[in-house]
Design a protein around this ligand. Structure first.
Ligand code: NAI
Ligand code: MG
Length: 335
């Protein structure tokens, strides 16, 4: 039995976590879910976007499956996602984007995994006013130690999963100190892996190259904000945010969540695609060593995509909804 913290989150979070926990149960995963709150709903209910009980539960169990959390734009509380990643030192944000059967996209055979540094960079929102309302500044932090561990994680993954190439993405022509340091560490780490091809690209060129010819990329490693943007781009290459899962992994804790956010435009409408969070949950099953359950879920998912596309959600050109899609995957698992 695995004790796992479940944070349904905001927007479509309740719908997709309901779907995914049902699929995992049907597949025979022996999980005791400890349900906790965080995000905008938690803030409205208790005045705290990340209640103490939630932090305590993750601290105790060291593993969570998390729905998306709404973060107010411009003002309001700080991102709970950033807080959780820093609190539990979840330095690897791993985001696979892989073409799926029967999902229409401009590309086929895309198979990219982005390793995004998850605790530093411009993304952590270290900002202050120099002159309130007139002059704001933001600080990007990059350290050798944090760069080394994410870049090493990317190379180690490449080695153990027989991947051929690591592309490091930076902006060291302009941000010479911060992303320059990240690049320097990458060049250093690459020497320890002579069998893996190493390439570095400047982020703006990278964005263009990914759209032009995504098949040239295998593993990407980059700083926090670039990883955030490029992983959404990678999702767009394989069918959208509805189909890409992710994992936040540290040395002794992990939180699994989708790449996408709370999708307020479709929340509560039974239209959310549960595939993204399902992929996150499959990464969680791998992390737990439950590979056979993970593989059964993947086969059931592929079967539904191939044979019953009509039950799927509209974002991937189905005529169904969250529930019909979930039920079809469960039926395929029972079969
Ligand atoms: P979003 O990812 O929520 O939505 C972008 C677009 O993708 C929308 O059109 C949405 O309907 C669609 N989409 C996303 N997930 C989908 C799914 N499972 N099925 C079908 N369509 C899906 O990004 P947006 O609108 O920029 O952000 C909304 C909120 O989410 C913001 O408050 C943001 O801070 C938060 N957010 C939270 C994340 C997290 O908890 N890890 C990650 C990204 C954003
Ligand atoms: Mg994002």
């Amino acid at each position: 039995m695995h004790n796992i913290v479940l944070i349904p989150g905001d927007g479509i979070g309740a719908e997709i976590t309901r779907s995914v926990t049902k699929i995992l149960k049907t597949a025979g995963a022996d999980i005791n879910w400890i349900e906790c709150q965080a995000g905008e709903k938690a803030y409205q209910e208790s005045g705290d976007s990340i209640p103490k009980e939630t932090l305590e539960a993750i601290n105790k169990h060291r593993i969570a499956l998390k729905g998306p959390l709404t973060t107010p734009v411009g003002s309001g509380f700080r991102s709970v996602n950033v807080t959780l990643r820093q609190e539990f030192d979840l330095y690897s944000n791993i985001r696979p984007a892989k073409s799926l059967p029967n999902i229409t996209s401009r590309y086929s055979n895309v198979d990219i995994i982005t390793f995004r540094e998850n605790t530093q960079g411009l993304y952590i929102g270290k900002e202050h006013w120099v002159d309130e309302g007139e002059h704001a500044e933001s600080i990007a932090v990059v350290t050798r130690k944090a760069s080394r561990r994410i870049i090493t994680a990317a190379f180690e993954y490449a080695k153990t999963s027989n991947r051929k190439k690591v592309t490091l993405v930076h902006k060291a022509n302009i941000l010479k100190l911060t992303t320059g340091l990240f690049l320097e560490v990458g060049q250093d780490v690459a020497k320890e892996y002579p069998d893996i091809e190493f390439q570095d690209l400047i982020v703006d060129n990278m964005a263009m190259q990914m759209v032009l010819n995504p098949k040239q990329f295998d593993i990407i490693v980059t700083t926090n904000l670039f990883g955030d943007i490029l992983s959404d781009l990678a999702s767009g290459l394989v069918g959208g945010l509805g189909v890409t899962g992710a994992a936040n992994i540290g040395d002794d804790a992990a939180i699994f969540e989708a790449v996408h956010g709370s999708a307020p435009d479709i929340a509560g409408k039974n239209l959310a695609n549960p595939t993204a969070l399902l992929f996150s949950a499959m990464m969680m099953l791998e992390y737990l060593g439950e590979d056979s359950i993970r593989n059964r879920i993947l086969s059931a998912l592929y079967k539904v995509l191939l044979d019953q596309k009509y039950v799927c959600t509209p974002d991937i050109d189905g005529d169904g909804n969250t529930i019909t899609y979930t039920e079809a995957i469960c039926a395929a698992l029972r079969y």
